[in-house]
Design a protein around this ligand. Sequence first.
Ligand SMILES: NC(=O)c1ccc[n+]([C@@H]2O[C@H](COP(=O)([O-])OP(=O)(O)OC[C@H]3O[C@@H](n4cnc5c(N)ncnc54)[C@H](OP(=O)(O)O)[C@@H]3O)[C@@H](O)[C@H]2O)c1
Length: 213
Amino acid sequence: MTTIGILGSGHVGSNLAKAAIAHGYDVVLSNSQGPDSLVGLVKELGPQATGATPAEAAAAGGFAIVAIPIATIDQVPVEPLAGKVVIATINYYPQRLGHIPEIDDGTTTAPGLLQAHLPTSKVVRAFSMINAAEMSGDGHPQGDPQRRALALAGDDPAAKQLVANLYNEFGFDALDIGGLDESWRVDAGQPAFVTRQNLAELKENVARAKRPA
Ligand SMILES: NC(=O)c1ccc[n+]([C@@H]2O[C@H](COP(=O)([O-])OP(=O)(O)OC[C@H]3O[C@@H](n4cnc5c(N)ncnc54)[C@H](OP(=O)(O)O)[C@@H]3O)[C@@H](O)[C@H]2O)c1
């Protein structure tokens, strides 16, 4: 069974770990403070979870989830993620965390910054537009009227297929909205952000996105 390396074990990392374990994955969790600080969470998650350093989690994962604040992207270990699919949940909140001129002027995007830091990894933006608790608590089987749709964006088709399959396993429909350069369409403040929506509604909301001036 695939192991997922999780970098960042806060609201998002812990909820995605829970969802992954519920669907049969093993997870290796990490944070900035070190594995000793993860003992309680790992115990709560059970035997499919272990705690490690970010480099160890990255190395252990068949693929990885990076669920950290945007300001710490440059601390993500590069070599152990080489060649791997890396799911970026990272959002950009300039009001809270400070402005990044290359995002403001449209030169890059939040996941684009991670891709630039990890040149040989295959970064896919996913799980960035849903509240953390709902990642593990609001998945529904195909055909269920409650089933929600989530967007993904990335530059590698096989990596995007892996993420679409993961969405499906976790109980969400997937909408591919294009490359990382299109991922701003589901940024905070856009119509598709943190809204309960099915696939048709998500398509409409993504089409209504407007890049900030
Ligand atoms: N919360 C949501 O509902 C939500 C939804 C979608 C997307 N997002 C985005 O997903 C990301 C994570 O959000 P969150 O709410 O989970 O944040 P959070 O609760 O503050 O957790 C952040 C985690 O990242 C860890 N961390 C920081 N720098 C790290 C590094 N360089 N390497 C490894 N771990 C590191 C922190 O570890 P320490 O505690 O040890 O410092 C903490 O475990 C953010 O970019 C956010 O915008 C959040």
